[in-house]
Ligand binder design. Structure first.
Ligand SMILES: [Zn+2]
Length: 490
């Protein structure tokens, strides 16, 4: 129960999402720097925005704080970087929502803007302007919580050698209760129109495929995951042995010590010898799905049908068929009111090249990226530039946005086993930072991407990743596209 003395802001009864939804991800610093009314006016006037994805909880630079240090500041907001930014919770955090966890409100309060309750500051003004307000919660599993929350190490995943890993386990009861408390508070105490949850992480097999992230090493073997494995009849010792052999193979690939049968065959043989590797990867993803189902039930129940729940599907879904296989959109549609599907086309160019090179460090190390790029595109349903130098400079096209959207729209339909009730909102790339000499966003890119999303059957778009890194001309291009489509009619 919420503290009755707290200033609860009632939600609108039975309010439907705007159609089409034109949302923008925006964080606390933009309202502080530009004023609540000034910021909302810009978003509505330039971007034709009718919904906020308010980044009220994030430890991630991609959605919190000003422009990424080292990148040029956009033409609005304070003209100074904030290199010391940490992030955390930008709402009040009433202790009664966190009774099920040792994690205390004062430990996860963002140090920036003390005294600011972003939801309380923005909700009334946004509602007065007819804007829907969604709480955007970025789980930030790789954020600095470990240093900032006393005892946080207790929530961490455990690897196949019994060592603590660098990110929390979604099966840990205190960690789950913390995040479910954050979600409950947004719905019960603030009456938000929806909660959009973001968790950019993947299972242990994907980590091995890419040799990408030490944090996502061979996990999770914590007591809660071991119990879940026992329920499924999965043998943890066999999984540990499989991951140890996989680690050995990755080490050989790192040393360019190619086995006589090559990397691909050796990898596949490991899967045959240790099917527990696949079982453990599925177990990991099931832990994430359990959390999402609980969160959806919570929002629908506590919100009494007035709030919706959905989540962000990360960019890796566009690049990796292995990760995509874990993201069953038809199945998701039975516990997601909406899905924000990342379809960032400009930064996709350099990100795709980086991803493909990662796959070639182990799984595809028998060949060169130029040998597999066309095949990978075919598997992924992508039709883009195959020259990897050029694609980093040019990005992917708006056609990628249309294809990704159409694929997801098809998957949520009853004919594919979907619920037929889940809205697909592609994330639109506006000035997501890239490296020197790599693709930068132009107004034409944004216009084409927004039009492509709707051509693919989108129920809306989410202008991403954060207003504080967008240039105004590019934001205006999104608004121009939306208004142009409205004028043309269905
Ligand atoms: Zn675990």
């Amino acid at each position: 129960m919420a503290d009755p003395s707290s200033a609860a802001i009632p939600g609108p009864a039975g309010r439907a999402a705007p159609a089409p939804l034109v949302a923008i991800q925006v964080g606390a610093v933009s309202f502080v720097d530009e004023g609540v009314e000034g910021c909302l006016e810009t978003l509505q006037a330039r971007g034709a925005v009718n919904a906020l994805f308010l980044a009220d909880f994030t430890y991630t630079r991609g959605t919190g704080g000003r422009q990424v240090p080292g990148q040029p500041l956009p033409d609005h907001g304070a003209q100074e970087h904030d290199p010391g930014w940490i992030g955390g919770n930008y709402a009040r955090a009433r202790p009664e929502y966190y009774g099920g966890t040792f994690i205390r409100p004062e430990a996860f309060a963002a140090p920036e803007h003390p005294g600011l309750d972003l939801l309380e500051a923005v909700l009334p003004a946004a509602r007065a302007r007819g804007l829907a307000v969604y709480s955007w919660i970025e789980e930030s599993s790789y954020g600095p919580q470990l240093q900032n929350i006393p005892g946080f190490w207790r929530c961490l995943e455990v690897d196949h050698r019994g060592r603590l890993a660098g990110r929390p386990c979604l099966r840990h009861p205190d960690y789950r209760a913390w995040h479910l408390g954050l979600i409950e508070e947004r719905v019960a105490a603030y009456g938000v129109d929806g909660v959009a949850w973001c968790s950019e992480r993947h299972g242990p097999l994907q980590a091995a495929l890419m040799r990408w992230s030490e944090y996502a090493a061979s996990t999770c073997f914590c007591p809660h995951c071991l119990a879940a494995a026992r329920e499924r009849g999965l043998d943890a010792d066999r999984a540990r042995a499989g991951f140890a052999e996989l680690e050995h193979l990755a080490g050989r690939a790192g040393a360019a010590d190619r086995p006589p049968d090559g990397y691909f065959v050796s990898f596949w043989r490991l899967l045959l010898r240790y099917p527990e590797l696949l079982g453990w990867d599925a177990l990991w993803h099931e832990g994430q799905n359990d959390f999402l189902r609980a969160a959806h039930g919570l929002v629908r129940g506590v919100g009494r049908g007035r709030s919706t729940f959905g989540w962000h599907i990360m960019h890796l879904n566009s690049f990796s068929p292995f990760y995509r296989a874990t993201q069953d959109i038809a199945a998701f549609s039975h516990h997601a009111d909406f899905l924000k599907l990342v379809a960032y086309n400009n930064c996709a160019g350099p990100r795709w090249v980086g991803h493909l090179q990662g796959l070639h460090r182990l799984f595809l190390a028998d060949a060169a990226p130029r040998d597999t790029v066309a095949w990978m595109y075919a598997v992924l349903g992508v039709d883009e530039e195959t020259d990897l130098d050029a694609v980093a400079r040019h990005g992917w096209s708006a056609e990628y946005v249309r294809r990704e959207t159409a694929r997801a729209v098809a998957l949520v339909s009853p004919s594919c086993g979907g619920s037929g009730r889940t809205s697909i909102y592609p994330g639109i790339d506006i000035d997501i930072p890239t490296g020197a000499g790599q693709k930068k966003t132009t107004p034409d890119d944004v216009r084409a991407a927004v039009e492509a999303a709707f051509a693919g059957g989108a129920a809306g778009v989410v202008l991403s990743r954060k207003y504080s890194e967008m240039r105004l001309a590019n934001l205006s291009a999104a608004g121009d596209a939306v208004r142009g489509l409205a004028a043309r009619g269905p």
